[in-house]
Design a protein around this ligand. Structure first.
Ligand code: PLP
Length: 392
């Protein structure tokens, strides 16, 4: 492992402080390093590996697609593209989809769609978007501009203009930022990187009402909290509201790079038109074969049901940990998106866990974050708790 890590460190741009492990393969919900050591995975590659590792239907779909064709560009139709588009629109209840290569790119598309919609309405060039403090939407100039973290933004100023910030779960702070130039409000239904903060019901309903009242578009970033992670196909589906535009990625491809932004037909009719937006790779038959396999497996394996039942068990075990341990202050989260607020730096526990064969990650400054594959069972939860207790 040392040799591989050295080669990587000598050549890769140093933007990540990687954990000292070289992963080699995965099986079910376990990862193996190049020495053959086994790890229980409660991070799933930052919420990507929804089906775990080695799902047979998923592997077959991808292998079969490789044998046929992997790319044709968006100048042409393919069957995997048509099917993936139909499926994602059906499960989301949205009307139109644009496939991207990442979550960040989905956010960029959503911002462009919102601005175009507003421009079509009044022809102005000074539209504003309200975003949330402690949000995370990606690292490109547009996505970074709506990411409420000055540390991430500062070296790269100026970003795109017209972005205002408000406090998550504080409706009055959002109201204070609205004016006649506001074209969209963007937020994560459950804030991920910022520290696992679910939107409160009355907050999100209040935002929806504000948007309806002022003809402002509601953009929900479901990149991390979507695709079944909270026990709903998309986290907003628990809230009796619907976004005008939503963004998904991470679990959508379950291991291939893909994202998407979706919108209602009311938005689509007055927004991006031919020539306004594009991508070479986005929605190619290879990644769409993955999306189709993922969405089929969600049905075949009752994934949502598992997140609800095993998620409730996970929550109860974590809540017991909060009452038993001096180091764990509280728990936040929904389903398989959970955060434990710690008294000590999370990295201390995370490194010990890795040594003990458990993969977990952090969020914010004081949160130990869990994003397990959506196929874990109660036994895996028990195994995780046993290891974590030792580490704490
Ligand atoms: C990961 C993430 C993104 C960015 O997605 P990438 O695929 O890394 O570009 C955007 N929003 C949220 C909420 C995320 O968790």
């Amino acid at each position: 492992m040392e040799n591989i890590m050295n080669i990587a460190e000598d050549n890769i741009l140093h933007t990540y402080n990687r954990f000292k492990v070289v992963f080699d393969r995965g099986e079910g919900v376990y990862l193996y390093d190049t020495n053959g050591k086994k790890y229980l995975d409660f991070a799933s590659g930052i919420g990507v590996m929804a089906l775990g590792y080695g799902n047979e239907a998923y592997k077959k779909a991808l292998k079969d697609q490789i044998d046929k064709i992997t790319h044709v560009s968006n100048l042409y139709y393919t069957e995997p593209l048509a099917k993936a588009a139909e499926k994602i629109c059906t499960v989301s209840g949205m009307d139109r989809v644009f496939f991207t290569n990442s979550g960040t790119e989905g956010i960029e598309g959503a911002i462009k769609a919102a601005r175009k919609y507003a421009f079509e309405k009044d022809g102005r060039h000074d539209h504003e978007i309200i975003a949330m403090n402690h949000s995370f939407h990606g690292r490109s100039m547009g996505a970074l501009a709506v990411t409420g973290n000055s540390h991430y933004q500062e070296p790269f100023l100026p970003l795109i203009g017209g972005i205002k910030f408000a406090d998550f779960n504080d409706l009055d702070s959002v109201k204070a930022q609205i004016n006649d130039r506001t074209c969209a409000i963007i937020l994560e239904t459950v804030q991920g990187e910022g520290g696992i903060y679910p939107a409160q019901k009355d907050f999100l309903k209040g935002i929806r009402d504000l948007c309806d009242k002022h003809d402002i578009l509601l953009i929900l970033d479901e990149v991390q909290c979507g695709m079944g992670r909270t026990g709903y196909m998309f986290a907003w589906q628990e809230y009796d509201i619907k976004p005008d535009i939503m963004v998904t990625a991470k679990g959508l491809g379950a291991g291939v790079p893909v994202g998407a932004f979706l919108m209602t037909s009311a938005v689509a009719e007055k927004s991006l038109k031919p020539g306004d937006h594009g991508t070479t790779y986005g929605g190619n038959p290879f990644v769409c074969a993955a999306i189709n396999a993922v969405l089929d497996e969600f049905v075949n394996q009752n994934i949502i049901e598992n997140v609800r039942s095993t998620g409730a068990y996970l929550e109860s075990r974590l809540d017991s940990l909060v009452s038993e341990s001096d180091i764990v202050i509280s728990r936040r989260g929904k389903g398989f998106m959970q955060g434990l607020v710690l008294k000590c730096p999370p990295s201390e526990v995370i490194n010990k866990a890795l040594e003990a064969g458990l993969v977990v990650i952090s969020a914010g400054t004081d949160v130990l974050r869990m994003l397990p594959p959506l196929v874990i069972t109660k036994d895996h939860v028990d195994e995780m708790i046993t290891i974590l207790k030792k580490c704490l």
